[in-house]
Design a binder for this molecule. Sequence first.
Ligand SMILES: CC(C)(COP(=O)(O)OP(=O)(O)OC[C@H]1O[C@@H](n2cnc3c(N)ncnc32)[C@H](O)[C@@H]1OP(=O)(O)O)[C@@H](O)C(=O)NCCC(=O)NCCS
Length: 182
Amino acid sequence: MTSTLSHTQPPAKVAVPSYSLVQQDGDHELHLDAFLDQTIGADRHKRPSYSYRNSVPALGELSLAAVCPDGRLLGSLRFWPVELAGGRALLLGPLAVDPTLQGGGIGRALMEQGLHHAQKLGYELCFLVGEPSYYARFGFEAAVPKGYDMIVEVDARKFQVMDLQKKGWEKLPVGTIYPVRD
Ligand SMILES: CC(C)(COP(=O)(O)OP(=O)(O)OC[C@H]1O[C@@H](n2cnc3c(N)ncnc32)[C@H](O)[C@@H]1OP(=O)(O)O)[C@@H](O)C(=O)NCCC(=O)NCCS
């Protein structure tokens, strides 16, 4: 991914500084754990999605950071590979925005660019565990009624899936998603 979009925010509830969305690199990686502990909580590793993140790294080409010109990290979005019916799919997350800037559109910008790149790379299915009232706006729907499951216990209300290429659910594989083991 070579594109870098600049975002100067429209009027929002919070004053968001000018920032760019860039592919994450080693420098962002250094600050990411502390950033995610601060935004999501240090107990985040107990969440169902983390069962899929131990055996493989996040997909570098889909890892986005929202950064200020001075390099300050404002937001992060990553995707992980998962296996489904012998093929590959995506697990989105964590998505996190600096607590002082939440509600200012950074989350939406990260989601829109991340999903756009995932579509361009040809992925068909993207899963996540999160608040439906936030993710429905991007096209995510409840995964359990469509025949999907996780290897760990998950709140069925929060387990969601998106048909990235708009193929139609009847043309897509179903079943349990598994961690990728390299
Ligand atoms: C969730 C999060 C990533 C959203 O990013 P953001 O930049 O604050 O959100 P945006 O400005 O793009 O969107 C704001 C909208 O999202 C809604 N929203 C924000 N957090 C929400 C949540 N946890 N549940 C439901 N809706 C939420 C706001 O009410 C607002 O709605 P509106 O557009 O109808 O007014 C961010 O608030 C965050 O980092 N939260 C803490 C970490 C977290 O919960 N991550 C998600 C893990 S699943």
